[in-house]
Write a protein that binds this ligand. Sequence first.
Ligand code: CP
Length: 318
Amino acid sequence: MPNRIISSILDLTREEINDIFMYAAAGTGLFHRFRTKAQGSILGSLFFQPSTRTALSFKSAFIRLGGSCIGFSDIEESRAGISANESVADTAQIVSKYCDCIILRTTDPSIFEEFAEYSTVPIISAGHGQVEHPTQALLDLFTIHQVLGRVDALNVLVIAQLPKRTMHSFVLGTTLWRDVIVHLITPPGHAPEEGITKALAGPPRRLHTWESFNEFADHIDLETIDVINIEETRADFEPLAHFTRQEPFVLTADVLRRFRRDVFITHPLPRFCSLPRFIDETPNAQYFQVAANGPFVRAALFLRLLFHESIDIEGQQH
Ligand code: CP
């Protein structure tokens, strides 16, 4: 992976993703088989914005592969913070000398881009601004593939406050499969960016946008929806999607009953108001499974891109 930059889900080929899914499907078996693969390697973990799932599952994956991690969980721990305001270019060049791969989360997407320009080792976005969060999409798509047995030809409902990096990566990621239709409900004024609409423009048209849940439900048979992905940003933000102009979208029991019994529900977490806790007890709730798959999928990503591993479907190394 000579200075490979993964800033978008589309920086991975479908072939690479197929391999990553195949390795990740081995679950803990992956860590038994490759427990020394990263021995002697160091992961640079730079989180200039808080994280629970992404930071810890990336580090867990690398450590379980036998590697070590260094890094910061706050820019102020480094000289790039206000104490010295060291440039992004210098920071990237220095950090690259101390590790074999960098995972980076930033609030400002231009910091990721500049860091990637000056890094001399591979760099993976752990979420940059509201642009993309490619590995979160990998987790969602992997778990959908595991649970539903396919991604091709799925009907997906995304309910989102925009811009939202996890939504961008997820929706772009679906374009790597055949015939996936995305229905996107966003509050008025939350239109998707041009890059998203272009990528899904078709033909055939893959993206259908709606301004309220009611509008969507009046036109589309809810029984045809395979996946619901809720992408809320903050509880105090504008209502996510409206039943009426006054009410925020909440996945209540009454709403859930209108979908098919096995509809797959995902959410990048943390949750705010749209996903009540009772959903956790239903077989539809997949968001904790998505998070649990984090170390497997991220380990598989390291194996495929950093260590160039290749295993067949039975897990035989070749
Ligand atoms: N899904 C996600 O990115 O969670 P964290 O912010 O906790 O990493």
